[in-house]
Design a protein around this ligand. Sequence first.
Ligand code: FES
Ligand code: FES
Length: 183
Amino acid sequence: MSQPTGPASQGHAHKQPAPPPDLMDVTLTINGSRKTLRVAPWTSLLDALRLHLDMTGTKKGCDHGQCGACTVLVDGRRINSCLTLAVMAEGRTVTTIEGLASGDALHPLQEAFVEHDAFQCGYCTPGQICSAVGMLEEGHARTDDDIRELMSGNLCRCGAYPNIVAAIRQVMDSQAQKDGGKP
Ligand code: FES
Ligand code: FES
């Protein structure tokens, strides 16, 4: 006589599919505005920005922490927003490319990128600029080689690297001049 072979016959309790986890509220200050979002716990900060807030200035390249297109500043430090869960940024201050200009006045790095023609397709540019803001704040770069090294997490498939370095160098030098001029 043939024996039943299904899971029940093997003594396993029938498992119900796990219920979907509760959505979570997360409150962030984004470019100076406080926002509360309801997101699934696994939602990346990148998807929270792009899909929940419709802030598409921050770009998705690899979605795996390898290209830097999604770089934003969290509490002033540059991070890959594709590798950060939105809930991890609870209560923090997030600055994206949309938040760098002051009214009609571009951020000095935005101006320098335009002046030095530091982009072609522009897809990597928001990440490059946010990363450069964070890098200059870190204060470790002194030379073009330093800039190349410290910006190495931001890839540019168009190969605009020499112009990107020149743009950042200009802002770095002008900041150094201002700092040197301080009493
Ligand atoms: S999209 Fe985040 S590092 Fe590439
Ligand atoms: S300007 Fe096209 S990827 Fe950098």
